[in-house]
Ligand binder design. Structure first.
Ligand SMILES: [Ca+2]
Ligand SMILES: [Ca+2]
Ligand SMILES: [Zn+2]
Ligand SMILES: [Zn+2]
Length: 555
């Protein structure tokens, strides 16, 4: 209690001293936005992590919904449970923190440490540091060292190994320093507030640091007190925890607690963090006496709230007025799945909605998005989809079920268990599915592995699964979606990026003028209001020409 009060006063003092650049945080905290953004209104749509709600929430501050959210926040932050927006609660909201939500649909409440239902399918991981903050007190090599120490802290307590690589395409985890708007995820907010955010493995595992923070190591320790500078190591250890699949912890001194904890001299993982990481990847090499406990992963990753094929009633609790506006896919440009249908339409899915792509230029048909309910009660957050021209049917995967569609009409007897429709295939949680144009066989992707399903033999071929990077050269792990497009070419999607695959060289296209990955928003959806990241601009400059953003990449 004493420690917490001390931290708050210190934080306020530091903010007051730096008033010209940083107004008092209270003045910019909108409690409804704060609670919505960090996951305290479960009814409001969220997209993964580090992500603002798609729609501006309308919540009455006198409603029970608001009071419950305040109570949940107070509980998570270890405050007195008053249910009121009191001074302590507002101070806590003003405290510097991680940008990843505290709560979400996937939270596992029965565990003290919260484990996200997303993990790497291997224990040797690589990382790439893509840039450095401008005007940093720290040298590049000091930053490299802090990042390396942060990975070391996780590998010391688990079965994981990390290796730094110098090319982004070889990296599982990419680390970036960004300021303000930086692509399609949550913008940063200048000094203070959100310090960094990261993506869970299923979203690619990348880490973004707010470049506007004053990042320090031991050499500048005094500035942690005088200038409110932030310990890079502490933030890096925390964010890498998300990259590995850990959610926020309620345990106050846990490195996975969402709030920045002030300078820590002896930075180490708490029991809570260690149990969390070992439950996913096993114990450290020295202490390991048994095999990693991986048997429960499938069970715990199941989302019990979704019933495939059933239209769930979605009553709005009092206090929340559902916004009539539909989600803007340009806000967060990833696909859960992408597929063709018999009539030659191409659809992409995200959350509860789907969009029909226009064929002649980047963009989608005007009457879209439409809800997934149009597809015979298909639930949200589908896993994967593919079209089979042989039977004219489209298949959509969700959890352990698969639905079969003629255009958008579900066929009798579906959905069925995947294990029944595609014997030998992974029986759930498929990342992406593709009917490859070269041999008309089905490929299913999950994590770092893929399976080849033979329709004639009605089973997965021997020797599968194989590593994706062994055969599909340049294609990343943990894909979001895959699609065969009208030009007969194969496209792989991951997060907000896509890769075009050359079926003849069996590698990601090596056209010297167009380098992959490219951004989905611009080249598939025709979104061009978002500021580009420096990387995208560089890629275009390297490509030699500035292309019309409304045109396809290959025209
Ligand atoms: Ca910030
Ligand atoms: Ca997917
Ligand atoms: Zn976090
Ligand atoms: Zn970001």
């Amino acid at each position: 209690m004493i420690r917490r009060t001390g931290t708050v006063i210190l934080a306020l003092m530091a903010c007051a001293l730096s008033m010209p650049v940083e107004p008092p945080p209270e003045s910019k905290i909108d409690p409804v936005m704060y609670l919505a953004r960090f996951g305290y209104f479960p009814e409001i749509s969220f997209r993964g992590v580090g992500s603002a709600p798609l729609n501006q929430p309308h919540v009455d501050q006198n409603s029970s919904v608001f009071e419950n959210a305040i109570l949940e926040f107070q509980d998570f932050a270890g405050l007195d449970l008053t249910g009121k927006l009191d001074e302590t609660t507002l101070e806590k909201m003003a405290q510097p923190r991680c940008g990843v939500a505290d709560k979400g649909k996937l939270e596992l409440r029965f565990k003290r440490y919260a484990r996200h239902s997303s993990r790497w399918e291997k224990t040797k991981l690589s990382y790439f540091i893509s840039n450095y903050p401008t005007d940093s007190l720290l040298t590049k090599s000091e930053i490299d060292k802090e990042i390396s120490r942060a990975f070391q802290i996780w590998s010391d307590s688990s079965n994981l190994d990390f290796k730094r690589v110098l090319a982004p395409e070889q990296a599982d985890i990419q680390l970036d320093f960004f300021r303000r708007n930086h692509g399609s995820d949550d913008p940063f907010d200048g000094r203070g507030g959100v310090l960094a955010h990261a993506f869970f493995p299923r979203w690619g595992g990348d880490v973004h640091f707010d470049s506007d923070e004053e990042w320090i190591n031991e050499r500048f320790k005094s500035r942690a007190f005088s200038k409110n500078a932030k310990q890079l190591l502490q933030t890096a250890v925390h964010e890498i925890g998300h990259s590995l699949g850990l959610e926020h912890s309620k345990a106050k001194r846990s490195i996975m607690a969402p709030f920045y904890q002030g300078w820590m001299d002896d930075l180490h993982l708490e029991t809570d963090d260690i149990q969390g990481i070992q439950s996913i990847y096993g114990k450290s090499k020295e202490t390991a006496t048994s095999k990693p406990e991986t048997t429960t992963i499938c069970n715990t990753s199941k989302r019990p709230d979704i019933i495939f094929g059933t239209a769930l009633p979605n009553p709005s609790p009092p206090g929340i007025v559902p916004s009539p506006s539909k989600p803007d896919i340009c806000f967060n440009t990833y696909f859960d799945a992408a597929t063709e249908t018999k009539d030659g339409s191409f659809y992409v899915f995200q959350g509860d909605y789907h969009w029909k792509l226009t064929l002649e230029k980047a963009g989608f048909e005007p009457q879209y998005p439409r809800t997934n309910q149009d597809w015979g009660g298909l639930p949200g957050d589908v896993d994967a989809a593919f079209y089979n021209p042989t039977d004219g049917m489209t298949y959509i995967f969700k959890d352990d079920q698969v639905g079969k569609y003629f255009n958008t009409d579900i066929q009798p007897g579906y959905p069925k268990p995947i294990s029944q429709e595609f014997p030998g295939a992974p029986d759930r949680d498929i990342d992406a599915a593709l009917l490859w144009g070269k041999n008309s066989q089905l490929y299913l992707f999950r994590g770092s592995l893929y399976w080849k399903y033979n329709f004639d033999k009605r089973t997965v071929e021997d020797s599968y699964p194989l590593e994706i990077n062994k055969r599909w050269r340049g294609v990343p792990n943990n894909l979001s979606a895959a699609l065969r497009w009208t030009n007969g070419k194969t496209y792989f999607f991951k997060g907000s990026s896509y890769y075009r695959f050359d079926d003849d060289t069996f590698a990601v296209d090596a056209n010297p003028r167009v380098r992959y990955p490219r951004t989905i928003g611009k080249w598939w959806l025709g979104c061009h209001s978002k500021p580009q990241t420096d990387l995208e601009t560089e890629m275009e400059e390297d490509a030699g020409t500035k292309r019309n953003p409304r045109r396809w990449a290959w025209s």
